[in-house]
Design a protein around this ligand. Sequence first.
Ligand SMILES: *Cc1c(COP(=O)(O)O)cnc(C)c1O
Length: 416
Amino acid sequence: MSAHRFAVPYPRLGSVLLEEELEILAEVIKSRKSLSQGCWREAFERKFGQLVGSRHALSVTSGTVALTFAIHLLDLELNDEVIVTPQTYKATIQPLLDYQVRVRFCDIEPNSMNLDAQLVEALITNRTKAIILVHYGGLPADMDKIMKVARRHGLVVIEDCAHTLGAEYRGNCPGALADIGCFSFHSTKNITTLGEGGMLTCNRDDWAERIDRIRSNDADAIYVRESREIGGRDAPPRWVPHAGEAYTHRCSQVRYSGSNATLSEPSAAVGVVQLNRLPQLVERRQTIAARITEVLEGFPSVCLPEVPPHVRHAYHLYTFFVRPAQGGERDALVAELERQGVEMQLRYFPLHLLPEWQSQGHRLGECPVAEQLWFTEQVNLPCSPALSDNQVDHLVDVLEQALGKLSCRKLSLAKR
Ligand SMILES: *Cc1c(COP(=O)(O)O)cnc(C)c1O
């Protein structure tokens, strides 16, 4: 679909790339150094770890890869159980399809779309290993409650932070609120490393070491230094790469064969520039969000997400709810917004109802709140810094008109 069919197209860019990114790319290319490894990746990871408040930050080629690696760290065994949110992008839990484990979908809160902490404990059994959650749309989940339950039962908690860079929870950053954080730098996300990229954060040294191996073609295995060398030679030949390891190490228990998933130098350099600009990018999202909120507050059929005072919302998505009980008609509103030039995309179809999860026995009715919100109530509006002032003006005008029109119709119907 071409961009100009809509006055406000759905943002393909969640961040904005400026002159500075072009300059850093020129610098990296002109340096004639390796584009595959060097100082930029290190700089990006150091900066990212400091920002998030995590001991380790390991860059990878996508958020999906970060999640795949994070789930690998759980060392899941046959019949283990994992508690997950149904309301997220499918990549959050997709890697679990590769394991013979039982996935338990935990329903969400009606006012935040985040995992409902009150429902978690009832799903825990003696086989439960982990909880995988998302901070939906950039709004941090109720981590105090979730971590309390998780710690009591010794569960690992993975935070999918793909929407959340720039958010805060009691002054701390998502990605450092639990055990493992997974970030995405896809084009649509809060910052981007040239279209694709991701980051895994954690505090445990042994996990960081395992991830560092499997992102760069080493196996996740136990390597032990051997004093005796193959063939009894004194020193391995200098011109054979990795000969040192081969000649002097023994390896056992290969748990993962390894991959090549490191971020390139140009991507990492752009990441550094984008991180520097993060405060402005999030501020712009918050400004747009405030304008939308101002309009929505005037309509009783609309319910806004609850943003607790101890939370800073990153507004990756602007989400609100149209309550049918108060006369709201979600589908009519979405159709009217599209007619008026706002390209609409609703996120996300409840995961337990995707065919791959239904084939594992998951069914409609399993997460009633997630289902009701998706099928009748939730609306997502574009909220990206890539929107121009004119586009934001158009968006709020059209929103006010559409809601006015639909509310009027409801009132006149009621009068008859
Ligand atoms: C985008 C996204 C991912 C996947 O990240 P990629 O970098 O696109 O692989 C995972 N989870 C959520 C919630 C996302 O929005």
